[in-house]
Design a protein around this ligand. Structure first.
Ligand code: HEM
Length: 377
């Protein structure tokens, strides 16, 4: 059942709604990960990692200082090259960031990138296991990735003094009463790499596309970047960048990186006048809510003012692109930091060189804007 009434969003918080359907839909990709678990098993895995992703954990670990030079270097390379295919570039950048966050040496990044692309084929692979078909290729990619991750886990145990999220996760999991098997640990590390990679890379690419489409937006961002003068590195500094924050929120509202969430009703549920029988498969359509006229005025228009002029605090429905309830995205504060850092670095670097983003190859006219976006000084 797909329900387009925004009230259905609250089902994500309902105790009789289960995430186990996710494992049935994508057993090869998400089996054994916390996103597909309910109750105690889910809490145990989430508790082991959540503190590292809160503002305090990110600041204590110096994540902003770690990311700023990587982002600046990449944006400077774009300025020097002129034309870039933006989604490929943001994908590479995000892989580098997520690896540095996890404390994984950034060797053979193009190899990892290729494997990730093949891994994602498991979502849509028909159940035919033959050489060259997506299922076979996706499984081989997953085995390659898991072999590397298993080695990182072994290294983390051998060098407990090292820093990095993998080390923290391994010790937190090992310390917990009901320690996760290595398979569970590896599956959850793979989930973090996946969750933190494609989603943020596509949002970043959409931000550049929107900046290229709307010169006024670019000018506002440049003005803010010049006022703050440097890429922020601490969570507390993000408040000085309202335009960059509004850019991130409005881009994600119009182009949500996760478009729907699957769930199953464990008991009979009531939604308005509708009775939902136990066992029903539910589709919570985030893309639909995010652009619904019931929640937003002129929902199809890109308006920074929605965020800049608001008086009330951000509510969970304003961040619905990250879900809600027990499974709400663990990476929300990290994404906020990364995307503000990225926007400010882009504006400072390009403006100093007297250039601005622009779409090439008629990309602004239609499908090309999605599949082949470029920027050019
Ligand atoms: C624009 C970027 C992102 C978006 C739009 C996004 C969106 C989401 C959504 C909608 C969920 C809820 C899934 C559900 O309820 O079934 C989720 C969960 C999750 N996200 Fe994100 N995400 C983003 C970035 C990240 C990052 C950077 C990380 C970590 C590095 C991350 C890690 C996770 C994890 C581990 C979960 C599962 C949490 C749980 O099941 O308890 N995400 N994300």
């Amino acid at each position: 059942m797909t329900c387009v009434d925004p009230d259905a969003f609250a089902l994500l918080r309902h105790k009789d709604v289960s995430s186990a359907l996710i494992e049935e839909i994508a057993p090869e990709l998400l089996g054994g990960t916390l996103v597909a678990q309910d109750g105690g098993a889910h809490r145990q895995a989430r508790d082991a990692i959540k503190a590292a992703f809160l503002p305090k954990g990110l600041t204590q670990a110096g994540i902003g200082d770690l990311f700023a030079p990587i982002i600046r270097a990449r944006v400077q390379a774009w300025r020097d090259r002129g034309d870039v295919t933006i989604l490929r570039e943001t994908g590479d950048l995000m892989l580098k960031l997520i690896f540095s966050l996890m404390g994984i040496p950034a060797q053979n990044l193009p190899g990892w990138h290729r494997k990730y692309r093949q891994l994602l084929q498991l979502i849509v692979a028909p159940p035919i296991d033959l050489p060259g078909l997506p299922l076979r290729r996706g499984r081989a990619a997953r085995d390659w990735i898991d072999t590397q991750l298993r080695q990182f886990v072994r290294d983390a145990r051998a060098h407990a003094a090292r820093t990095g999220l993998i080390n923290d996760m391994v010790s937190a999991f090992d310390r917990s009463d009901d320690a996760l098997s290595d398979d569970g640990l590896v599956a959850n590390i793979r989930l973090l790499l996946l969750g933190g990679h494609e989603t943020t890379a596509s949002t970043m690419a959409w931000m550049v596309i929107e900046l290229a489409r709307q010169p006024v937006l670019w000018d506002a961002l440049v003005e803010e970047a010049q006022r703050v003068g440097a890429v922020p590195t601490r969570q507390a500094e993000l408040a000085q960048c309202p335009v960059a924050e509004a850019l991130f929120r409005e881009t994600l509202r119009l182009h949500p990186a996760v478009t729907l969430l699957p769930r199953r009703a464990l008991q009979d549920l009531q939604l308005g006048q509708q009775r939902i029988p136990a066992g029903t498969h539910l589709c919570i359509p985030l893309l639909h809510f995010s652009t619904s006229a019931l929640l937003h005025e002129a929902p199809d228009q890109f308006r920074l003012g929605r965020w800049l002029q608001r008086r009330e605090p951000i509510r969970s429905v304003d961040t619905l692109q990250f879900g809600t309830g027990p499974h709400v995205c663990i990476g929300y504060h990290l994404v906020w930091l990364e995307l503000v850092q990225f926007s400010i670095a882009l504006a400072l670097t390009m403006h100093k060189a007297g250039v601005r983003p622009r779409l090439l190859n008629g990309a602004e006219k239609g499908v090309g804007a999605i599949t082949r976006p470029h920027i050019r000084p």
